[in-house]
Design a protein around this ligand. Structure first.
Ligand code: CP
Length: 312
């Protein structure tokens, strides 16, 4: 495998999930695969889980790791072609991507949506810039429109906890004081399209995700109705997609409660704002899978890195 940018880069989801579960039983079984190979982790935004789980995965594979906070420590990068660089940017992506390729065998990038210009975010300037000009494989650690490492960890978590042939899975919007990107929700929707599930999305009217991603997904505007008899409820805030990047409601009635959750398992990618997105009782109770999801981030990253290393 030459890249892991989007869910579409997974050739056989069921095989990957089974392989990840096998790796989880003995995480050091491929320790020699990454010997003398270097992974570069480049962050334009903050992270806890992605940074540490991807490092852990690389260590399990015997790789060396270099981490850099590009956003705060690197030169401001120019992405435009033919730009006269006499303003704020100091280094062009053409050089930056080729330079990091001299030091790393695999490069992983985190670059969130700016949530100001939808067209610009959907062009994925940073991720696509590295993909175009780097000479080594690229991994997406959350871009403007997708978080495929998270979605793969979520698929592993679902597989480990599912007891039915076709479980009911709900993706529920929840309130949040800040404008958040659509990446996690997008990738989860795409992942559900590849699973044998009864999938329902619930959110306030006007908070529809990109219709090119949701396609023919069931949408239910009544959150209680959507969650009825669910087996898994994945809660996530996203900002308005139509009124792009705006917080047009913070309706606290959409916070996930034990009553709405019923007997379902609770999922969230973290970080999560307690008693805004979800009440304490759920996170502190036995139905929450959030720590399992965070644990599976290691095996999601490890299966991706392993598949790339096997082609180097
Ligand atoms: N879920 C997730 O990507 O967490 P971080 O932002 O902490 O990496």
């Amino acid at each position: 495998m030459k890249q892991y940018l989007f869910i579409q880069d997974i050739d056989s989801l069921s095989t990957w999930v089974e392989e990840a579960k096998e790796i989880k039983k003995n995480p050091l079984q491929h320790k020699s695969l990454g010997k003398n190979k270097t992974l570069g982790l480049f962050f334009f935004n903050n992270s806890l889980r992605t940074r540490l789980s991807t490092q852990k995965a690389a260590m399990n594979l015997g790789m060396d790791i270099m981490v850099m906070n590009f956003g705060s420590e690197g030169w401001a990068i120019e992405f435009g072609d033919g730009t006269i660089m006499n303003q704020g940017t100091s280094e062009h992506i053409k050089e930056a991507a080729q330079v990091v390729s001299q030091y790393c065998d695999i490069v992983a990038i985190r670059a969130f949506a700016e949530l100001e210009d939808r067209e610009k975010d959907e062009a994925e300037l940073v991720l696509q810039g590295f993909r175009k000009y780097a000479t080594v494989p690229i991994v997406n650690m959350e871009s403007s429109t997708g978080h495929p490492l998270q979605a793969l960890a979520d698929a592993i978590t679902l597989a480990e906890n599912n007891k039915k042939t076709k479980p009911k899975v709900v993706l529920s919007w929840a309130p949040h004081p800040k404008a958040l990107p659509h990446a996690v929700a997008n990738s989860f929707v795409e992942m559900m399209h590849r699973q044998e599930v009864d999938f329902v999305i619930t959110h306030p009217k006007g908070y529809e995700l990109n219709p090119k991603i949701t396609r023919d997904s069931k949408i239910e505007y009544d959150q209680t109705k959507a969650c009825k008899d669910a087996d898994f409820v994945y809660v996530k805030n996203w900002s308005n997609y139509t009124d792009y990047g705006k917080v047009t409601t913070q309706d606290s009635h959409w916070m996930m409660t034990e009553e709405k959750l019923g007997n379902a398992k609770f999922m969230h990618c973290l970080p999560v704002r307690r008693n805004v997105v979800v009440e304490d009782a759920i996170l502190d109770g036995g139905q929450s899978l959030v720590i399992e999801q965070a644990n599976n981030r290691t095996y999601s990253a490890q299966i991706v890195l392993k598949k790339i290393l096997e082609t180097l």
